[in-house]
Structure formats: structure tokens, C-alpha cells
Write a protein that binds this ligand. Structure first.
Ligand code: HEM
Length: 512
């Protein structure tokens, strides 16, 4: 009897173990079966060696510091369309403008793209939200970025550019100085006043703290991206990094909540009567204020959390990209004094009095400065990669982009592809003369992305950057700090692309 009992208990546990193994095997088979088309299409595209779950081995172990040079090398050596696995996500990397045009116009979803998804977990906004939510929010927010509203911000752009100039003045003759944080503070303060009508000096913690929070947040998300273990939510949530991200996001929300409170308090304050000429202008100003971003958002049917998230992201996205571009322009001008002098000559032709504050009319005449900004973004795009989910299998120019994969667009490389950019390493602002633009496919240049889900702040960005750079360059000469040639500038991936050694230039007062 005893013997029988023992043998039946052994067989029950063995059966249990076997069933468990079989179940795991079954799950693995189902997993691979579901992805069979991805594996098939992946096998016919060129690309580096990859393993299931881990993905492309070289990429998985590259780490944040090496990822940009590694990708740079892969993009340059692979054909125009190739594939890479990051974890268990297949990316089809394409540098062909005609394909990019179709992909960015047809596909809007970013749900399955890891870096966007990690962001969405903490901070859901236009940038990462599901297409159904994005459509509603984008329609709501679009009116706040129309040209008339942006034109009305000119005075504010110039006001904060003058504050930035005071910082430059203090650094005159002190040798090499990294200008990024100073410029970022300026772009962030400008956004607070333009989009929320709040004086940033009223905030308990200054905007410098907010800049530090954004930097740390981006660093943590990139760390997660480059550690395959943290792709699994279970392991990520156990990590100390996850706790830190949660804390930082809460701190950012506190800062923006305070801004919203201040906005509510100033909402009904009278408009600046010194700028009002007559009743019609007064009404017009009122209408523009109504439509300004935060005011407009608060009138919409959104939850308090949605308002908080959209506002937080808007300040993050709008301030860093413009600060990076302005700082990059200053780096470039420190290397090319002749281009700096051409900008100065253009400024002298616009301003009878070179110390005068710029008006809208002045800014609209700064065509050469605009071309320099555009050429800088060709060379050093703040968003060096873009990605979209491929929602249905699409064949373009005899290459298949399979449903379930993602398209990855190496913007920095598209911007240097010799077929569209002859002599690509030459810094030449005249590539953006209207007759030159006409010669290229439209999607050969995409610093603000492209298609329906492009950057909502494009016009704001261009206008603020022109106003700020004009104010700086009329008063100061920018001299080399670290770099002697543009090819020396190495870029690192921190969510956005940044110069590895910072934005160091020397500043001298003009006329000295
Ligand atoms: C030099 C300046 C700027 C550059 C290079 C830039 C670049 C970009 C790029 C490439 C995207 C699309 C990302 C993607 O497709 O995945 C984007 C989206 C976005 N940008 Fe900008 N941006 C700039 C300025 C601004 C400004 C000034 C604001 C706000 C005031 C802003 C707000 C946004 C928002 C909200 C999105 C998400 C749009 C959506 O998905 O509907 N950006 N930006």
C-alpha cells in the first residue's frame, strides 16, 4: 500500500513539472508563431546578427555612450533600407526620402516603440499618446500655435533675449564657457511667459531646477532603454531607477502645478495698456490671450491630469530643442567667422540702430540668419532619430515594411545623404535658398519631423530662435571655445542628440 502511495505521488509531481515545461514551450511557440512574418521579413532584409529576445547583440551591449557611433557606423555601411532588433522589437531603418514621406504620412502610431512607450508610462502627452487621444488633443492645441498668436510673442522673445545677453555680458573675455544651460533657462522662461502668461520669477523653485529635472529624467529613460532587463516592466519596477523617475516626474508636476495656479491668479489681470493703441487692438489682444496655450487648454474638456501632462511636456519639448539649436548655431559660428560676419551685415542692413529691440517686421527680414539656423539643424538635428509603428504591411520601392515592426528614420544621416546634399560635410546656408530647396524631395529635410504628427512648435521655434540669436549676435562676437572644425563635434544620444563635450564658446563684446 505504502509503495503504491509513494509511486502515485512521484508521478503526480513529475506530471506537474512536465506540464509546466510543456506550457512554457507552448507559450514560446505561440510567441514565435505570432511573430513568424516579422522573422520572415527580417531574414530577407540585410542587418547585423540578432538573437531572440535580446535582439541585435552589438546594440544590446553598446550602452548609451557607444550607441550613437555604433548606429552611425551601421547606418553608413548598410544599404538605404536595413533592419535591426532592439530587444524583441524589429526596426526597419530607412533613409530613403520617398519611403519616409509615405511612412510618416500614413502611420501616426508610436505605441510599440520602446523609448516613446517608457515616456508615455510616466508622462502621457501629444508626443507619445495613442492615436485616438492624439487626434483629439492635437486638434484642441493647434489653434494656440497659429502664426498670428506667435507673432504676438515677439516682445516677450526679445525681453528674455535681453536677459540672456546680460548673462553673456558677464562671461565676456572669460575664455571658454558652456552656453547651453544659460540659453535653456532663457527658452524656458520665454515659454512660461508666452504659453502661460506667467512671470517665471514668481515660481518657488527657479527654472534652473526644472532644467536639471528634465536632464535627469531623460538620462534615466535612456538608461532604461539601453538595459534590456529594464525593458521588462517587472524588473524595471523593482529597480531604484524606477523610484527616482517617479520622484522626478512628481517634482516636475509640482513645478507645473504651481505655474498653473499662478496662471489662474493672473488670468484676469489687465492687459498691458502701453501696447494698446485703440479698442480694436485691445479686443484683438484679448482674443489672442484667450487662445494662448494654457488659457485655451483650460477651457477644453480635459481632466486636470491631462492638462498637467500636456503642459509639462510642452515646456520640456519646446525649451530643450530650441536651446540646443541656438547653442549649436553659436558653436558653428565660433568655427565660421565669415558666416558670423554675413549675419552681422544682414542685421546692420535691417537695423538703423543696431541696439534697438527687434520687431516682428525686423525678424521677418532675417533670411540669412534663418538659413544658418536651418543648415545647423541639418548638421546637428536635435532629434536625430524618428520612429513610427508600421500598422499594416507596406511595400515601397520593392522593400517590405512588415506590420508589427517599426520604421526607424536616422534623420542625421538623411540630412547628409550625398544624393540630396552634395558635399554634405560643407556648412553651406545657401542650401536653403528657395531654388535649392525645390531640387530636393521634401522628406530629405526633417528636423521638425514630417507629416501629420510633425512638431507643433515649428513656427514658434523658428521665430523665437531668430529673435534670440539676432539679439545676441548684434552685441557679441562668438569665438572658438573647444572646437576648431564642425567634424570634431561628436554627438551623444540622451533622448535628444547633444554635443558630447558641451557647447563651449568664448564671448567678446562687439566694437571692443
Ligand atoms: C528647434 C526647435 C524644435 C525642434 C527641432 C523640434 C523637433 C520636434 C520633432 C522632431 C518632433 C516629432 C518627434 C516625432 O515625430 O517623434 C517634435 C514634436 C513635438 N514638438 Fe517640437 N521641436 C522644436 C520646438 C518645439 C517647440 C518650440 C515646441 C512647443 C512650444 C515643441 C513642441 C512639440 C510637441 C508638443 C511635439 C509633439 C507633437 C505631436 O506629436 O503632435 N517643439 N518636435
Amino acid at each position: 500500500m505504502d509503495y503504491l502511495k509513494k509511486s502515485s505521488s512521484i508521478s503526480v509531481s513529475t506530471i506537474f513539472k512536465l506540464s509546466l515545461i510543456l506550457l512554457c514551450l507552448l507559450l514560446v511557440v505561440v510567441y514565435f508563431w505570432k511573430k513568424r512574418w516579422l522573422y520572415y521579413y527580417s531574414s530577407i532584409l540585410p542587418g547585423p546578427f540578432s538573437l531572440p529576445f535580446l535582439g541585435t547583440v552589438r546594440v544590446a551591449f553598446a550602452g548609451q555612450k557607444n550607441i550613437f557611433p555604433l548606429f552611425e557606423n551601421l547606418v553608413k555601411t548598410c544599404p538605404l533600407v536595413w533592419r535591426v532588433w532592439i530587444g524583441n522589437q524589429l526596426y526597419v531603418v530607412t533613409s530613403r526620402p520617398n519611403d519616409i514621406d509615405k511612412l510618416l504620412n500614413n502611420f501616426l502610431s508610436k505605441e510599440n516603440i520602446l523609448l516613446y512607450d517608457f515616456n508615455e508610462e510616466n508622462l502621457s502627452s501629444l508626443f507619445t499618446s495613442r492615436v485616438s487621444v492624439w487626434k483629439i488633443h492635437r486638434k484642441m492645441i493647434n489653434p494656440s500655435f497659429n502664426q498670428q498668436i506667435i507673432n504676438s510673442f515677439t516682445g516677450i522673445f526679445v525681453k528674455y533675449a535681453n536677459v540672456l545677453n546680460e548673462g553673456f555680458e558677464q562671461n565676456c573675455g572669460k575664455g571658454s564657457v558652456d552656453v547651453l544651460t544659460m540659453v535653456w533657462r532663457c527658452t524656458l522662461d520665454t515659454l512660461f511667459e508666452t504659453l502661460a502668461n506667467v512671470d517665471p520669477k514668481l515660481l518657488r523653485k527657479g527654472n534652473d531646477k526644472f532644467v536639471c529635472m528634465i536632464l535627469r529624467y531623460e538620462r534615466l529613460l535612456t538608461e532604461r532603454f539601453f538595459n534590456v532587463i529594464y525593458h521588462f516592466t517587472f524588473f524595471w519596477k523593482l529597480s531604484v531607477l524606477h523610484k527616482e523617475v517617479t520622484q522626478i516626474v512628481n517634482d516636475m508636476f509640482d513645478h507645473i502645478k504651481q505655474l498653473i495656479d499662478l496662471h489662474m491668479k493672473t488670468k484676469f489681470s489687465s492687459i498691458d495698456s502701453s501696447s494698446v493703441i485703440d479698442a480694436e487692438v485691445c479686443n484683438n489682444n484679448d482674443n489672442l490671450k484667450e487662445k494662448a496655450f494654457l488659457n485655451h487648454l483650460l477651457t477644453k474638456e480635459l481632466t486636470a491630469k491631462e492638462v498637467l501632462e500636456e503642459t509639462t511636456f510642452m515646456f520640456m519639448a519646446g525649451s530643450e530643442t530650441t536651446a540646443l539649436t541656438i547653442s549649436s548655431v553659436l558653436l558653428v559660428l565660433s568655427i565660421y567667422p565669415e558666416i558670423q560676419e554675413t549675419i552681422y551685415e544682414e542685421q546692420c542692413s535691417i537695423f538703423a540702430d543696431i541696439d534697438k529691440d527687434a520687431t516682428l517686421d525686423d525678424i521677418n527680414q532675417m533670411n540669412y540668419l534663418e538659413r544658418v539656423i536651418k543648415e545647423t539643424m541639418r548638421f546637428l538635428p536635435p532629434a536625430p532619430y524618428l520612429a513610427r509603428d508600421i500598422e499594416e504591411t507596406t511595400e515601397l520601392n520593392s522593400h517590405v515594411y512588415p506590420a508589427g515592426s517599426a520604421a526607424l528614420i536616422p534623420v542625421w544621416y538623411v540630412h547628409k545623404y550625398p544624393e540630396f546634399w552634395p558635399n554634405p560635410l560643407k556648412f553651406d546656408p545657401d542650401r536653403f535658398l528657395p531654388e535649392e530647396i525645390e531640387k530636393r524631395p521634401r522628406a530629405a529635410y526633417l528636423p521638425f519631423s514630417y507629416g501629420y504628427r510633425n512638431c507643433i512648435g515649428l513656427k514658434y521655434g523658428m521665430m523665437s530662435m531668430k529673435a534670440i540669436l539676432s539679439t545676441i549676435l548684434r552685441r557679441f562676437k562668438i569665438k572658438p571655445g573647444k572646437y576648431k572644425s564642425i567634424e570634431e563635434i561628436e554627438v551623444e544620444f540622451h533622448f535628444v542628440g547633444k554635443s558630447k563635450d558641451g557647447y563651449k564658446v568664448a564671448v567678446e563684446k562687439r566694437g571692443n
